[in-house]
Design a protein around this ligand. Structure first.
Ligand code: NAD
Length: 101
């Protein structure tokens, strides 16, 4: 079982990522995009989904906190770069990360 997953944000990436985080809340999720807007939308969507799940009592608050933790919104992956665990040199992180909320 991996302990880190990275995926392109785009339109559908956040939904796939949220599903993964609800199934495996302790996994570290990197949502990556060269455009900043999908990353901002992804962060809003994650928070909205978790809030709704807690309000409708489908998820406990503790779990929602776990789901929203360990997410890196990563802006600027270039085609010739790859994300490697423990080596983020040359990559820019989006200014806000869900783990900081
Ligand atoms: N749409 C689906 O049904 C579906 C199903 C399963 C998996 N996926 C996967 O989800 C991810 C997003 O798909 P989508 O349908 O939302 O696509 P999309 O076309 O909406 O978004 C693609 C995104 O990729 C970004 N991008 C392009 N080149 C890049 C690069 N070199 N580095 C980083 N980002 C780059 C673009 O800025 C764009 O926001 C993809 O990895 C796709 O394979 C999509």
């Amino acid at each position: 079982m991996p302990n880190e997953v990275a995926m392109i944000a785009g339109t559908i990436g956040p939904d796939i990522g949220y599903y993964i985080k609800t199934a495996l809340p302790n996994i570290k999720l990197y949502l990556v995009d060269v455009v900043e807007e999908p990353l901002k939308n992804a962060q809003k969507r994650f928070e909205g989904y978790a809030k709704k799940a807690v309000e409708s009592k489908k998820m406990k608050e503790d779990k929602a906190k776990e789901v929203l933790a360990n997410i890196v919104f990563h802006h600027g992956l270039q085609p010739d770069q790859e994300l490697r665990s423990g080596d983020r040199s040359g990559h820019r992180k989006h200014s806000s990360q869900a783990e900081d909320l």
